[in-house]
Design a binder for this molecule. Sequence first.
Ligand SMILES: [Zn+2]
Length: 393
Amino acid sequence: MSPSGAEVIRKIREQVEEVDPAEVSEHLGNGVVLVDVRESEEWDRGHIPGAVHVPRGYLESRVDAAVGDRNKRVILYCASGQRSALAAHTLKELLGYPNVASMTGGITLWKDRGYKVEVPKTLTTEQKERYSRHLLLPEVGTEGQAKLLDAKVLLLGAGGLGAPTALYLAAAGVGKLGIVDDDDVDLTNLQRQVIHTTGRIGTPKVDSAEATIAALNPDVEVVKYPVRLDASNIMEIIDGYDVIVDGVDNFPTRYLLNDATVRLGIPVVSASILGFDGQLAVFKPHDGPCYRCLYPVPPPAELAPSCGANGVLGVLPGTMGMLQATEVIKLVTGIGEPLVGRLLLYEALGATFTELKVRRDPQCPICSRDPSEIADEEMGVFPDYEAFCAAAG
Ligand SMILES: [Zn+2]
């Protein structure tokens, strides 16, 4: 006679290592991956903080991406400890995970013991549909989309780089987009600044960008700064943003931005373009080099012309802006390897990408200092960058 279902479950549970919620609580964060194998509705009602969600029905197809390194210790849980025991058995016996356990009593016992439960932000029915292609990616999912909706990203410029970056970040559902730009839309902009239209020539770029974003995605709040960024206003404008997208075309502002963001600990996704060439880097304060580690002194003026006077292939800022938007989404959701400590060079005519390693300069006048040592009176006090850059020639 075949064994009953209950008997099979009992036998499987005998073969699976079971751990107590106390042990899980103690080891959370110490290289242990905690996997919730319940259904999406159960996860949405509350889960253990720091857990990743892989419903049991998707275990085989999604667990590798969620866990990352299968040699890590993996602890599974469900509502009562039964589904997680079966899932642990599958991971061990069928998928060959070496170090798997199931949490006794599931999240029910966890809650009874008084441990913390996190109730995730849920998406509306419309949002679930709008962002469905994100939700289908296990690396993004509802959690990643919720992070994007909560994110505050500041774009410096609604020009060549800022225009495509803003469009895609808005489409991706970044909840708050700040835009700093004091220019009006001009006919010569439209060859590349795709967020603006012919009908809006002569209107402020921040208004034009806001109109396009509002039509694209009502989830996005646009905060307009129709000003020029300078030493007197930068700290006030950038404070509170999670990531800054730098598309400025002059060196004094680049140095000012670097020094202010290092002090406030805000990562900057920086790109520049000229002719057929683009550059991209992520400056994450104290995690990698800053802009000054890369360029201790500004290049001579003749080597650093802006696009105002020089040509640029119209699609090039689109390419570089997309790469910027990609890095922003990675930083916000915490997925992938951001371009920290690396400089990516793109040459459009040869269709080549080149990557250069960039190291932190231990003597860097800005990022070698411990931010906690910078006195309040010194915060927001910056050198004269116009003079600094002019001295370079
Ligand atoms: Zn530095």
